[in-house]
Design a protein around this ligand. Structure first.
Ligand SMILES: [Zn+2]
Length: 169
């Protein structure tokens, strides 16, 4: 038997090639699976980061959810959702989205008669948007404080009153 005829030693050995092809295929499947997992991860990551329009839509739903919590079992009727989403998009240009959520919460804590009898309408929220900022919602000055400038909180006011009494004595 000539050595060239020994199938094990030739590159053209079809069994060996099939064996290698199967190994390559198995590796390719693994890569394919890993790629699929990576694509899933990217997909999930993107889902967590909505587009501006999606975020505006979520804000609309968030507002409605707050409204319905307050006025349950009534449902908030939104006559023109697309128009409201447009308004939310405009608000998002001026105020960060997370802060908008906070302002919605603050809005629904407002209890003045006008707002309650109007049932916390969206339009009023929009017109009050600046009054709902953290600075504007700062706690009121301490009771009985007539200082100029007004004391920041009760503790400051009490300290000031005690100092004044000591100075008078
Ligand atoms: Zn004071």
């Amino acid at each position: 038997m000539d050595q060239d005829d020994d199938p094990k030693d030739t590159k053209d050995n079809p069994w060996k090639q099939i064996g290698r092809a199967k190994v390559l295929l198995a590796e390719a499947f693994k890569i394919h699976q890993r790629l699929g997992e990576q694509l899933d991860q990217v997909h999930r990551a993107l889902e967590k980061h909505p587009t501006k329009g999606q975020y505006a839509s979520r804000l609309l739903q968030f507002f409605a959810a707050n409204w319905e919590k307050k006025y349950a079992p009534q449902k908030l009727a939104i006559a023109n959702p697309e128009k409201e989403i447009g308004i939310w998009l405009r608000l998002m240009k001026a105020v960060p989205p997370a802060e908008l959520c906070e302002r919605v919460r603050r809005y629904f804590k407002q209890t003045d008669e006008f707002i309650v009898s109007a049932r916390h309408p969206f339009g009023l929220f929009v017109s009050r948007i600046n009054d709902l900022s953290i600075e504007a919602s700062a706690p009121p000055i301490p009771i009985g404080c007539k200082h100029q400038p007004a004391c920041r909180d009760d503790a400051v006011h009490t300290r000031r009153v005690l100092t004044e009494q000591r100075n008078r004595a």
